[in-house]
Design a protein around this ligand. Structure first.
Ligand code: ATP
Ligand code: MG
Length: 764
């Protein structure tokens, strides 16, 4: 019998609705920014739950950030009415991977309390391995090898699988051997790096089909957001979970679950059913080809993690790997005004090798602001002017929460932070590991880690002589050797060596104190509130005192940060869960509720939207980034352009772009050239406005009337205003081809409704 469409389907357009309601079989939603891909995913989950197709615990949903996961959970709750309990498998690749690993750690040789190492630890560990293998760290830096390992892991490669050439490329052919040594060392330390959070589950699934089968039975629906940025390892992991080759595999039953009215709300307590129980209501498929209920959504134009191994080709492989996949395109952008979409679309049209999509908006109103391009003398003025703009909006009753500053490189943040502190404007830094990366925070965390996980030698080495305890390199080396010879953790070695004559009496006394301290803290772990214990550890270890006695200018700030660290633990159940949180580098927002300007990198802004977006630093060398220019070739530059596209398409109503004439990069002042991306913005959607502070008469002139272009003839006409504007107005296909389709390949035809440009096809 026909039922009225439930509320949560209200307002979806027909394509969105199709993507939501096609719950069975593989679905790929390929669509541009702001077309409602994420909304489709969220509604789809709500639909699956509301129609009783699965319990929350039977849905695997992968988002790009933890913040996105949180928001999605909230949205689903709103759509189905009432909080969604559970959804234990909604999270990032890493957070889901770590969960799978903790459940079956022993299958890959770890214990379930394994530590997750961050980059810094990884590099220290590799240094040790290089030293042990007598590899010259100067010639073959640990950092470089860490990057190689990371690259291999992103591709899902175990030591045996790395290409011969790669293996030869490091330390005179020792690459493979060192990779093996590194993995072995991780197992000894009961630790893993970020890549292992996916690689270990992959290994586990391949070696133990029964474990994989359990997940197959559990997950009836798989959903992935930002699919364009999955790397090979993530793709392998997904495919293992999604593809059921066994003929005895299961397919979900159409309709509701037993004992419940169709369309009834799922049982609230269902989320924790073990898979055996949960699969009880799944009937075996009757000979038909088993359908995989996987839905991926993505946009090739927003693929911005190529540098981290993301493979946009995964989109193209989808239909091959999941035969019979339904591909759905969404074309209406609900987010941005016509000017913003027009500017962004024109910019991205300069890339080749796009899949080609149509995008239009109905948010076109001549009253809407064009994209504003501003010039400033230097980054200080840029920050000042942005601050003024924000205050102006604030006076007009706009919320700070609705504004974001999206930077290309994180060093750009400090200037804005300083300025906002001066102005008393609230701000938050979103999505960054900044806070937890600070020296004092890392030291403190090392203490906590060692208390929770006594085999964590890297933590031990980090703090054994911090604060100074007279345990210098010689003692540490002796401890190290002793531990290695007996294959025991260094903390255990320390306990042993108190008794031996190998160390000087003073060192032994220090060690005795350290060992006693750690034993005491460990004994308090279960029964003392963890924030109290944390404070106690920092005080009793002398770490707090170390900074109290420090006369440097940073010391007071560091003490504040330590306080903040303890405060930030309050929301966690235990020291362990807090450590896990930090290891996963969650967002470090202090107070979600406060009205504050958002500062973040372009990379972490993916998927988000704001009324007003500020895009500072559009200069050659910064954006596009120098690295992409040095690479030569097109791909790095195109990824930068996609990043610019992501930045612009975050804006709903207002986008402000800035470029400065002088910027300090790595401590050195450099005069700069406006970004080529500026020239790729069509004048019909862009307005160049004078900065109120730039009273030096036009862009490119410093207060002394000297042009920064004086020595840069070729750019003078193109970039200096009004020359820059003129160049825009008179721009010919030739200038455009300079940046765009240099080799004359086909450019996909893209339309932007009434408002936007239409890219033409350039014959090959
Ligand atoms: P991105 O590629 O940037 O991740 P997206 O395709 O995931 O974008 P969403 O974030 O899901 O897009 O949606 C963009 C905005 O449009 C959101 O504010 C969303 O609520 C709104 N939206 C999506 N679909 C509709 C609709 N049918 N009616 C009204 N608003 C919609
Ligand atoms: Mg999205």
């Amino acid at each position: 019998a026909a039922r009225a469409a439930p509320d949560y389907l209200d307002g979806l357009n027909p394509e969105q609705r199709e993507a939501v309601e096609t719950t069975e079989g593989p679905v790929l939603v390929l669509a541009g920014a702001g077309t409602g891909k994420t909304r489709v995913l969220t509604t789809r989950i709500a639909h699956i739950l509301a129609t009783g197709r699965a319990y929350p615990s039977q849905i695997l949903a992968v988002t790009f950030t933890n913040k996105a996961a949180r928001e999605m959970k909230e949205r689903i709750g709103m759509l189905v009415g009432g909080a969604v309990e559970g959804m234990p498998w909604l999270g990032t690749f890493h957070s889901i991977g770590v969960k799978m690993l903790r459940r079956n750690a022993e299958l890959v040789g770890l214990k379930s309390d394994f530590t997750i190492l961050d980059t810094d630890d990884v590099i220290r560990l590799i240094k040790q391995i290089l030293q042990a293998e007598s590899v010259d760290d100067k010639r073959w830096p640990a950092k470089q090898f860490a990057a190689m390992i990371d690259g291999w892991k992103n591709k899902g490669l175990d030591p045996a699988q790395i290409p011969e050439g790669d293996a030869r490329a490091f330390a005179n052919g020792k690459g493979r051997e060192l990779y093996i040594a590194y993995q072995n060392r991780l197992l000894t330390l009961n630790a893993c790096d970020f890549g292992d959070l996916l690689l270990h589950p992959i290994r586990m699934f391949k070696k133990h089909p029964d474990v994989l089968k359990e997940y197959h039975e559990r997950f009836r629906y798989i959903l992935v957001d930002e699919y364009q940025d999955t790397n090979t390892a993530q793709y392998m992991w997904l495919r293992l979970l999604a593809q059921r080759s066994s003929p005895r595999s299961f397919s979900p039953r159409e309709g509701g679950m037993p004992g419940r009215a169709e369309g009834g709300a799922p049982r609230r307590n269902a989320s924790d059913l073990p898979p055996s129980v949960a699969s009880g209501d799944i009937s075996p498929s009757r000979g038909e080809i088993n359908k995989v209920n996987i839905c991926c959504v993505g946009d090739d134009d927003q693929s911005i993690y190529g540098w981290r191994g993301a493979e946009v080709d995964n989109i193209l492989r989808f239909e091959k790997d999941f035969p019979g996949a339904k591909v759905i395109k969404l074309e209406r952008n609900y987010r941005s005004t016509g000017h913003i979409l027009g500017a962004a679309g024109h910019l991205i049209a300069h890339n080749e090798g796009r899949l080609g999509k149509t995008l239009f908006t109905e948010r076109f109103d001549p009253e809407h602001d064009k994209v504003q391009v501003h010039a400033a003398w230097d980054s200080e003025e840029e920050a000042r002017a942005v601050g003024e703009e924000i205050e102006q909006l604030q006076r007009a009753k706009h919320k700070l929460n609705d504004m974001a500053i999206l930077v290309r490189a994180s060093f750009q943040m400090r200037e804005f932070e300083d300025r906002f502190v001066t102005l008393g404007l609230n701000y938050r830094v979103v999505g960054g590991p900044r806070f937890y990366e600070r020296l004092e925070i890392r030291d403190a965390m090392a203490y906590f880690r060692l208390v929770c996980q006594p085999a964590d030698d890297l933590a031990f080495e980090r703090i054994i002589n911090t604060p100074k305890r007279g345990l210098g390199d010689t003692s540490v080396r002796a401890l190290h050797d002793y531990a290695r010879a007996r294959d025991i953790p260094m903390l255990a070695a320390a306990a042993d060596m108190i008794e031996t004559e190998e160390l000087k009496a003073a060192a032994r006394k220090s060690l005795f104190n350290v060992v006693t301290d750690f034993r005491r803290w460990q004994s308090l772990l279960e029964n003392t509130p963890h924030t109290e214990l944390a404070e106690q550890i920092l005080d009793e270890s002398g770490y707090t005192a170390m900074w109290q006695n420090d006369k440097s200018a940073e010391a007071p700030g560091r003490l504040e940060n330590l306080k903040e660290l303890v405060r930030s633990m309050e929301q966690f159940e235990s020291l362990r869960s807090f450590l896990e949180h930090v290891a996963l580098v969650m967002d470090a927002e202090k107070n979600e509720d406060m009205d504050a300007v958002n500062i973040m990198t372009l990379h972490s802004a993916k998927g988000l939207e704001f009324e007003t977006v500020f895009l500072p630093g559009w200069e050659e060398g910064l954006f596009p980034h120098q690295r992409s220019l040095d690479e030569g070739g097109r791909s790095g530059l195109e990824e930068e352009r996609r990043l610019a596209y992501v930045g612009l398409t975050r804006a709903k109503r207002r986008a402000h772009i800035w470029f400065v004439s002088n910027r300090r990069i790595h401590g050195l002042w450099q005069s700069t050239i406006p970004s080529r991306f500026l020239e790729e913005l069509p004048l019909e959607h862009v307005e160049v406005s004078e900065s109120q502070n730039s009273n030096y008469g036009g862009y490119g002139r410093n207060p002394y009337g000297q042009s920064r272009f004086d020595k840069q003839e070729p750019f003078q006409n193109t970039y200096s205003t009004p020359g820059w504007k003129r160049a825009q107005a008179n721009r010919t296909d030739a200038t455009r081809d300079n940046w765009g389709s240099r080799s004359g390949h086909q450019v996909e035809r893209i339309g932007y409704g009434e408002s936007g440009p239409r890219a033409k096809t350039i014959p090959g």
